[in-house]
Structures are given as structure tokens and as C-alpha cells.
Design a protein around this ligand. Structure first.
Ligand SMILES: Cc1cc2nc3c(=O)[nH]c(=O)nc-3n(C[C@H](O)[C@H](O)[C@H](O)COP(=O)(O)OP(=O)(O)OC[C@H]3O[C@@H](n4cnc5c(N)ncnc54)[C@H](O)[C@@H]3O)c2cc1C
Length: 385
């Protein structure tokens, strides 16, 4: 049983505590969803998870309710991601992308665009966030994809890559250069339905912890001018505002993986007999367990501090979110590595839970701003630059 004492921390309201307890009970019943590793298997499992999460009402925190608009509840997002990640990495992925893919619509969308949110919150439509390109991953402002105005339309041309849910999404939030200024200032955001003519999946990408992922080609994709999210030239600011909300949730997912690794390790070292006694009796092992627990608690403090700060009305939480994401993902990698080590041969056995956690955690240190980029962000914030 995972440690639940953090729920009594002052960062949470009672509704968060109830949410976490109800979700925990649901996860024990419904997760994990078993699936194979082929693209078809992973696609089908992701679709199933989005539908299950939507039907059970768990996707509601991912987007605003246009009928009753309230700010996104970052603590609910983080608690949900932590809990789902502890039970099933793909369930966390399915949840997270509904939020990241619609974040721009929640924060800046027109009433017409926000009609999509009823479907994404119910698990009846799948969302994706299309920012990265082959030549601009970390260097977002250098993107090349263009959106050229043509009467009442924009024509999108170029490529996006590493797009989670690419291939199964119903709608894409796409960032493209509208060209009014160079660099970060010349970018706008668009809502592009997956069936827009000219939008194709150029390549499916296979990664260590498989989830739907693709490179997308846009060949003269015409969208009405009303597909623009927010104002022309504000795309970079929109993307950063979305990441400001969701970046700490990546830390929360890492925290869920780390907490699961710690739980598995505690069970293992308590039951495994070596040299005539439980493995836990060895003081070096106790040292590892202590360090793992410390990393988990410290990551939780940073993640929920960032979430609470955002929910308390801070316009931006750049520093807090960067610290939460950097620390929680980097330390989860170390916690999980210790879990693998203390499981011995079983730790690297395909299909073992700690083996899958070892694969699940890696990409979190790369996407939504690599660890090195978070360090640059934190240093600039500290220096007031
Ligand atoms: C599994 C997965 C899912 C993804 N999902 C999405 C998605 O849904 N939508 C989307 O738009 N993108 C997505 N991405 C893309 C992701 O955001 C990029 O991979 C990431 O921004 C890094 O870009 P890159 O791969 O081009 O690496 P590069 O930009 O080439 O960077 C390579 C490395 O250089 C280092 N580096 C970069 N900049 C700096 C710096 N300023 N200082 C010091 N070191 C630096 C870092 O170590 C970095 O990892 C996903 C990626 C993965 C792996």
C-alpha cells in the first residue's frame, strides 16, 4: 500500500483528498489494462483507456467545462497523474494527453472551439499537442512549419514530430509560423481536426515505453481562420502558458512511478531472504530504501508546491514548475534504478513491474523541456534574467 500521508499536507483541500481516494479505489479495480507491444495493441489500449477514464468521469480535470468555466485545477491534475502512473503508465499517458492536447483551447479557445471540450472530457474524442518539429525540439522558437493566410483560411505546410497520440487523435493543437515577426513572435496556434485534407501520418515512432507517437505531414492543410486559437502571433506565449500548467504534472507522473518503485522495493526487501535473514536487514539496503523514500517525499513537496502555487492564482509558476519537473523526473530515474538493483535478476526481467517503470520514466526527462533546459530556466529565474 503506497504511503498516503502526503494527502494531509496543507497543499490540498478536502475535495482533493476525496478525489485521490476515489481514484485509488477505481484504479485498483480497473487497471492496468493488459496489452501487447505492437502499434495496433498500444493504439487500442490507449483508446480503451481514454473511453474508460472518460466514462468514469476522471477526465473532467483535463479541460475547462464551458458551461461552468473554472480555472484548471493543477492539484487535481497532479494527483490524478500520480495515482494513474502508480498503477498503469499508459493510463497516465491517456489522461495527460487529453489535458495537454486541449490546454490551449481551455485557456484561449473561442466558444466554438471549446465545444470540443465536452467530447474530450467525456473520453469521446482524443487530443494531441503538436509543437515539436524535426529541427526544433528544444529550440521551439525556431520552428519552420508555416500557416499562410489565404482569404478566410490559413494553409498549413510542414512537419511535426514526436506527436503523442499522433495517428489516433481526433484533434490536434498545432503551432505554426504566421510570419509577422521572426523567432518566438511569429508563431500562432490552430485547432486542426485529424480528418483535415492534407494531414497525414508520415511515420509511426516506436519508443522504449510504447504509446501512440507519430511524425505528421501537413501538405497544404486548409483550415478556416476561425481555427486560430487566441490571436495571431501569440502561439509561443500560448504554448508556454499551456506548459506552465502541465509541466508540474509531468513531475507528478514521475512521482507516481517512483512511489510504485519504492512500494515494490519495500515488499521485496522485506520478503526476500538472503544470508539467513530478510534483505532489509542489510544496512546498505536500508540506506538505499531511506534515499528512495527521501527522494519521493522531496519530489512530492516540489510537485505539490508548484501545483498549489498555480492554483493559488500565480499568473506564472515558471520557477516552481521547472524545479518540480526537473527534480521529480531525475530523482525518479534514480529511485527506479535502485528498485531494479534491489530486485536482482527479476529487476531486468521483461514484464516485471520495475522493469517497465525503468522504461516508462526515461522519456519524462526529455519531453516538455529536457532536464538540461529546466536547469537553464531555473538559473534564469534565480538570476532574475
Ligand atoms: C516520448 C515522447 C513524447 C513526446 N510527445 C510530444 C508531443 O506530444 N508533442 C510535442 O510537440 N512534442 C513531443 N515530444 C518532443 C519533445 O518535446 C522533444 O523531444 C524535446 O523537446 C527535445 O527535443 P529534441 O528531441 O529535438 O532534442 P534536441 O532539441 O535536439 O535536444 C537534445 C538534447 O540537448 C540538450 N539540450 C537541449 N537544449 C539545451 C539547452 N538549452 N541547454 C543545455 N542542453 C540542452 C538536452 O539534453 C536535450 O535532451 C515528445 C518526445 C518524446 C521522446
Amino acid at each position: 500500500m503506497a504511503d498516503r500521508s502526503f494527502l494531509s499536507w496543507p497543499f490540498f483541500d478536502d475535495r482533493h483528498r476525496e478525489h485521490a481516494e476515489r481514484l485509488e479505489a477505481w484504479c485498483r479495480e480497473a487497471l492496468p489494462v493488459a496489452h501487447g507491444h505492437s502499434t495496433d495493441d498500444v493504439d487500442a489500449a490507449t483508446r480503451k483507456l481514454v473511453a474508460m477514464l472518460g466514462e468514469a468521469g476522471w477526465l473532467k480535470p483535463t479541460a475547462v467545462d464551458p458551461a461552468n468555466p473554472q480555472p484548471l485545477d493543477v492539484r487535481a491534475l497532479c494527483l490524478t497523474r500520480e495515482t494513474l502512473a502508480r498503477h498503469d503508465g499508459l493510463a497516465d499517458f491517456a489522461f495527460a494527453m487529453q489535458g495537454l492536447g486541449t490546454g490551449a483551447i481551455s485557456l484561449f479557445g473561442s466558444p466554438e472551439q471549446q465545444q470540443w471540450l465536452a467530447k474530450t472530457r467525456a473520453g469521446q474524442a482524443i487530443a494531441a499537442f503538436a509543437l515539436s518539429e524535426p529541427r526544433s525540439g528544444s529550440d521551439v522558437a525556431n520552428m519552420e512549419m508555416t500557416a499562410i493566410r489565404d482569404g478566410d483560411h490559413y494553409v498549413l505546410s510542414g512537419e511535426k514530430t514526436w506527436i503523442s497520440n499522433g495517428g489516433i487523435a481526433d484533434l490536434y493543437c498545432v503551432f505554426a509560423r504566421t510570419g509577422e515577426a521572426p523567432g518566438a513572435k511569429g508563431i500562432s496556434a490552430f485547432l486542426v481536426p485529424a480528418d483535415a485534407p492534407g494531414l497525414t501520418v508520415a511515420e509511426r515512432l516506436d519508443v522504449v515505453a510504447p504509446h501512440p507517437l507519430a511524425r505528421l505531414a501537413f501538405e497544404d492543410v486548409r483550415v478556416p481562420a476561425t481555427a486560430m486559437i487566441g490571436k495571431q502571433g501569440e502561439g509561443f506565449r500560448i504554448a508556454m502558458s499551456v506548459l506552465d500548467v502541465f509541466r508540474s504534472t509531468v513531475g507528478a507522473a514521475a512521482l507516481g512511478f517512483a512511489r510504485r518503485a519504492l512500494d515494490e522495493t519495500v515488499a521485496r526487501v522485506g520478503s526476500r531472504e538472503l544470508f539467513g535473514a530478510p534483505l532489509f536487514d542489510l544496512q546498505l539496503v536500508q540506506g538505499h530504501v531511506a534515499e528512495m523514500a527521501l527522494d519521493v517525499d522531496a519530489a512530492a513537496l516540489l510537485v505539490y508546491r508548484a501545483a498549489w502555487t498555480k492554483d493559488s492564482g500565480a499568473p506564472r509558476v515558471t520557477r516552481e514548475a521547472a524545479m518540480a519537473k526537473l527534480y521529480a523526473t531525475d530523482r525518479a530515474q534514480i529511485v527506479i534504478d535502485k528498485a531494479v538493483q534491489l530486485h536482482g535478476g527479476d529487476g531486468v526481467r521483461r514484464g516485471h513491474i520495475v522493469e517497465s517503470l525503468y522504461r516508462e520514466i526515461r522519456a519524462l526527462r526529455i519531453y516538455e523541456g529536457a532536464s538540461d533546459v529546466q536547469k537553464v530556466v531555473i538559473a534564469r529565474q534565480v538570476m532574475g534574467a
